[in-house]
Structure formats: structure tokens, C-alpha cells
Design a protein around this ligand. Structure first.
Ligand code: SAH
Length: 467
């Protein structure tokens, strides 16, 4: 992040604009929303600037800016449409250490102005580090369309109600109260009866929430998918927005965690391969303890919580303590990998079943029904199979599997750093060693990525190729 987004207090402060043409007018439309004292310097003013000057919204002076004009100013916008004049004005400001924005000159600017969605006092500021103004405009339009026009009024009315709402204990209950007001009841009440409707709704909702007593805590066991945050279900996103505490696996991607409510506590209860681990009992105890205090615990697991996620053990522990729970499914690594490969996991005439296997279980390398897997045709997604690769190959070859059986190694499925490598059963352990895969890997036995599949159909031998 090169530009840190902040909201700067401008009440009563001077903001200076150098230039009085079209570029200046565009900036002034935004600046006039603030209660800063705005001073504009420059000849040949735009008619809008003259009319704002007449109305007293700003002060315009038809000469070029001088150093003394900047004393005590909070910001300077250089918007003269003339690069030399802008550079001169910027140099004056730098001498007095005033932050400068030069219109259409990212390099020499100290700050940039975001695209703004205005629901005063609610503002959404959108920035792209100056790289893609068109994208910012597109997003602004999308957000404008989503935010009801009444939100600003609801926020103002809500703010006035804050002292009363302090009757509710801080944390989950107060959060639930505000979330219900902003997302459901407030907009409806405002639509029906305007400001009075919204105020009445707040009082009624406060009584209801307070009488409802302490809201019970609960645990949502949520699938985070293979890593791409867009692969979360809508329900998973909603749970992340509501969470008081997120207890997550090591494999949950930072981009997914980013979607959790800002105030939510985050605890990584990761188990790393054979490395140091949180004990399962400690995770269970943590969830029970937190839910008992009335918090909403989101137990966030990579992929689908029901696939190699010790879901049953956690649910049993919660049931034993009478803690309400739910499961929110997610996209498992095999599905993410198949999407990256661009192929189907089942196929008429090839395989009518899909196996999901683990390379390791509690006793070490996991034994499977090797005889069935060794026949031509089966497709299996092998999780946690990196270390077990030589063992898998040995068992399958011993049972008569063809050495040329296709295997695709998919690392970091769905993530920007994903790698898809086609190889054969015979070469699998070497392929894993040679290419070195530090990220999570799922081995797709029996299928090739689309490009490699096409080559194989043409009779080109599959070696080891990144796709
Ligand atoms: N519940 C998870 C699996 C957890 S077990 C799911 O449904 O996907 C952990 C194993 O999942 C890893 O060792 C790896 O084999 C696989 N895995 C998880 N995320 C992955 C990803 N993004 N790419 C490839 N494999 C992944």
C-alpha cells in the first residue's frame, strides 16, 4: 500500500486550489462538500467558480498563487491545467510542508483523492493507488446502486441514539442491535415513516433486544474454500461479517480472513503437517469457552469442513456442552483443483465415481483399496499426499497400475500462485521433488489438465509440464 486511506478533518481549515479552469472545478465540486475554507487562485475562472465566489461558498482571486497564500493551509490542489504552473505552485507548498496533489500527476503528488460515495455522514472512499481510475468509477457506480439513499439519515439518527443504546452490554448484543437496525428494520421504517419511523424503530428494537436477555453464543463451522475469496459461499461471508472470534486453520488464505468483521478476534489454530500443532481438545475447549461468553465463534476451515476437517469431533464436543452449532459447507480442494485444470472430475465412460483419499492418517501413510484404484479409469483426489507419494506409487504399481497412469499435481488451487503440473504415476515422487511445492498440494490421480489431455489424445507422451 503506497497511499494510506484516512479521513482528514478540514472543518474551518484552509484548502487552497491553484488554477480556476475545468480541472479545478472538478476538484472543487468534491471540496465544497467539506466545511473547509476554500481559496482559489488563477486567471480566467470557470463560470461555476465565479458563481460559488458570489455565493460565498469559496473565495476566488484572479492572480497566480504566491507563497504567502499558503500560510496555515491544510492542503494544496494544483489544478491549473498547466504543468509548469502546477510545478511552481507545488514547490511553494513544499517549502511550507503542505501536502500537495497535482491533478493527473501521480508521481509528484503527496496524496490522491479517492472516488467517493456520499451518504453523509457515511462515506465510502475507493482508491486504486492511481492505477485504474476507470475501475474506481465502476466500483463507485456499483456501490452507489447498493446503498439506499436513506443510509445517511439512518446513520445520523443512529448516532443520536447511541447514548440510549449503551444500555445494552458492549459486544455481541449491541452489535446485533445495530446490525438489525442498519440492515433490516431501519431502512423499512424509514421508507414508511421517514425520520420519525426510524427513531421509533430504534426504541422498539432496543426494548426487544434488552428484554431478550443475553443472546446465546454459538459456533458456525464454516468452509473457507481453497483460497480464492470469491469462492466463499454467501453464507460463509455473512458469518464472517457477524463473527466475534474466528478460529482458523493454517491453510485459510489471508484474503479470506480479511473478510472477517474488523473487530473480530482471530486465532490461528493450525496444524502443520507433522509439525507443532494445537491439540484438538484445546480447539474444542476454546470454542466452548468463547461461545459460553455469548460470542459468535466462526470455526473457519479450509475447503469444506466435512472433508478431512475433523468436523465430527468438533461437533460432538459442542453437542456435549449444549452449544448451538451449524455447518456452512465450502468448496473442497479437489473441486478447486478440477476448475484450475479445466476438466471434469467424473466422465461418462471413464469414471462414474470420484474418490477422496488422504495420503496420511493417524497411523502414518494411509492404506487404501489399492486393487480398485490400480484398475484403469478411477479418479481420486489425494489430499495430504506430498510425503506419501513414493508409498502411493509403490502400492499402486505393486497392484498392477500402469506406470503411465496420469497424475496432476495441483498446488495452491484457486490462488494467484497456483501451479498445475501433469506427470505420471511412475514419475510422481520425482516430479514432486524436482519442482518443489511449498504450498498445499492435492494429487489428482487418473486425470490430466485440459491441454495435457489433448496432447495425450494426440499421442504425445506426458512428461512433466507446468500448465
Ligand atoms: N477441508 C479441506 C482439506 C483439509 S486437509 C478441503 O476440503 O479442501 C489439508 C489438505 O487439503 C492439504 O494437505 C492439501 O492436500 C489440500 N488442500 C487444501 N487447500 C488446498 C489448495 N488450495 N490447493 C491444493 N490443495 C489444497
Amino acid at each position: 500500500m503506497q497511499h494510506f486511506p484516512i479521513f482528514l478533518r478540514l472543518s474551518g481549515r484552509r484548502v487552497v486550489v491553484s488554477g480556476a479552469g475545468r480541472a479545478a472545478t472538478a476538484k472543487l465540486r468534491l471540496l465544497l462538500k467539506t466545511d473547509a475554507r476554500i481559496v482559489v487562485f488563477g486567471p480566467g475562472p470557470d463560470p461555476d467558480i465565479l458563481s460559488w465566489h458570489r455565493d460565498g461558498a469559496l473565495r476566488h482571486d484572479a492572480r497566480r498563487i504566491e507563497g504567502t497564500d499558503l500560510e496555515g493551509a491544510a492542503l494544496l490542489y494544483c489544478a491549473s491545467d498547466d504543468p509548469e504552473e502546477d510545478a511552481r505552485a507545488a514547490a511553494l507548498a513544499r517549502r511550507c510542508r503542505i501536502p500537495v496533489n497535482i491533478v493527473d500527476n501521480l508521481e509528484d503528488s503527496d496524496f490522491i483523492t479517492p472516488a467517493i460515495v456520499d451518504r453523509d455522514p457515511l462515506f465510502v472512499a475507493i482508491g486504486t493507488e492511481g492505477t485504474a481510475p476507470a475501475l474506481a468509477r465502476h466500483l463507485k457506480a456499483a456501490i452507489e446502486a447498493q446503498l439506499p439513499g436513506s443510509l445517511g439519515a439512518l446513520a445520523r439518527i443512529g448516532q443520536a441514539f447511541r447514548p440510549q443504546a449503551e444500555r445494552l452490554p458492549p459486544g455481541r448484543m449491541r452489535h446485533a442491535f445495530w446490525s438489525e437496525y442498519f440492515s433490516r428494520r431501519g431502512p423499512c421504517a424509514f421508507a414508511r415513516n421517514g425520520e420519525k419511523g426510524a427513531r421509533d424503530c430504534l426504541s422498539a428494537l432496543l426494548d426487544e433486544t434488552a428484554e431478550g436477555g443475553r443472546l446465546a453464543g454459538r459456533v458456525s463451522l464454516v468452509g473457507a474454500g481453497p483460497g480464492d475469496p470469491e469462492l466463499l459461499t454467501l453464507k460463509a461471508r455473512n458469518r464472517l461479517h457477524e463473527a466475534d472470534i474466528v478460529v482458523h486453520d493454517r491453510l485459510v488464505s489471508p484474503q479470506v480472513l480479511e473478510l472477517a468483521r474488523r473487530e473480530a478476534e482471530r486465532i490461528c489454530a493450525g496444524k502443520k503437517g507433522f509439525g507443532p500443532a494445537w491439540r484438538q481438545e484445546s480447539i474444542n475447549a476454546l470454542m466452548v469457552r468463547e461461545a459460553r461468553t455469548g460470542r459468535h465463534v466462526v470455526r473457519l476451515k479450509s475447503g469444506d469442513p466435512a472433508v478431512f476437517g475433523r468436523l465430527d469431533e468438533e461437533v460432538e464436543a459442542l453437542e456435549a456442552e449444549g452449544i448451538p452449532w451449524e455447518v456452512v459447507p465450502g468448496i473442497t480442494a479437489a473441486a478447486g483443483a478440477a476448475a484450475d485444470m479445466g476438466v471434469s472430475l467424473t466422465r461418462r465412460g471413464r469414471n462414474s465415481e470420484l474418490r477422496i483419499l488422504t495420503g496420511n492418517d493417524v497411523d502414518g501413510f494411509a492404506e487404501q483399496d489399492w486393487a480398485t484404484l490400480a484398475r484403469p479409469g478411477p479418479v481420486a483426489a489425494i489430499y495430504m499426499g506430498k510425503r506419501a507419494a513414493a508409498f502411493l506409487r509403490g502400492r499402486l504399481l505393486m497392484r498392477g497400475a500402469a506406470p503411465s497412469t496420469p497424475v496432476t499435481i495441483v498446488e495452491n488451487a484457486s490462488r494467484p500462485d497456483k501451479r498445475v503440473v501433469a506427470t505420471t504415476l511412475l514419475r510422481l515422487p520425482e516430479a514432486l521433488d524436482e519442482a518443489h511445492f511449498p504450498g498445499p498440494v492435492v494429487l489428482m490421480l487418473g486425470i490430466l489438465p485440459r491441454d495435457a489431455m489433448r496432447k495425450a489424445e494426440l499421442g504425445v507422451e506426458v512428461g512433466q509440464e507446468a500448465v
